[in-house]
Ligand binder design. Structure first.
Ligand code: GRF
Length: 213
């Protein structure tokens, strides 16, 4: 069985979307564990409800980023996962950690990368007067929000949108594209050659795209 470990810090709606897709049989995989750096993350309840092993690793009790990352690595490795899914995991990861899981760790970022790396992406898309915004699923490399992009979900920006409205629209497309990326990886349809993405052995010139409709 293809094994996944999911890292979260908060609500875990993307985690839920992946759980749901596994339960309906759309993704052929199991989530072996959910790990949160925050004890109050609602995603932990989602894991509990779905009967998934879950752990809290509180980063504030660690002396350094490296020592936290080492403990995190150990927990993840104990499950021998095929894939590590960052789903709203609000931590900068050390280079060593990222290299250890390189090629089998993915993240979802709430912007159409390479636009708006970092934080406050919805606010920045509004301030930029963008007509489109969205989210990107990408492999994780040491450089922040910069690895090979697998799939992007595009949503319209409506006149007078608030940050909240735009964020909710982006969440809707996130819940479609993240499970899709996980599905492709779990069925072994996707691979990386250098930093180029292959789908069923054929080079993709650009990431997959989904529109909100
Ligand atoms: C998502 O918007 C994702 O793009 C970002 O963090 C948010 C997580 O939301 N990385 P949730 O915890 O999955 O609801």
């Amino acid at each position: 069985m293809y094994k996944i470990v999911v890292l979260i810090s908060g609500g875990g709606s993307n985690l839920q979307a992946i759980i749901d897709n596994i339960q309906t049989g759309n993704i052929k995989a199991e989530i072996s564990a959910v790990i949160s750096n925050r004890a109050d993350a609602y995603g932990l309840e989602r894991a509990e409800k779905a009967d998934i092993d879950n752990h809290v690793l509180d980063n504030t009790v660690f002396e350094s980023r490296e020592s936290f990352d080492q403990s995190l690595s150990q927990i993840i490795d104990s499950y021998e996962p095929n894939l590590i899914v960052l789903a709203g995991f609000m931590r900068i990861l050390s280079d060593e950690f990222v290299e250890h899981f390189r090629g089998r760790m993915i993240n979802i970022h709430p912007s159409l990368l390479p636009k708006y790396k970092g934080l406050n992406t919805h606010q920045r898309a509004l301030e930029g007067g963008d007509s489109e915004h969205g989210a990107s699923v990408h492999f994780v490399i040491p450089e922040l929000d910069a690895g090979t992009i697998i799939i992007q979900g595009i949503v319209p920006v409506e006149t007078n949108d608030t940050v909240d409205e735009l964020q909710q629209r982006v969440h809707l497309i996130e819940h479609r594209i993240y499970p899709l990326a996980v599905k492709y990886l779990a069925e072994d349809s996707l691979s990386l050659e250098e930093d180029k993405l292959l789908y069923k052995g054929a080079l993709l010139n650009e990431p997959f795209k989904e529109q909100l409709n």
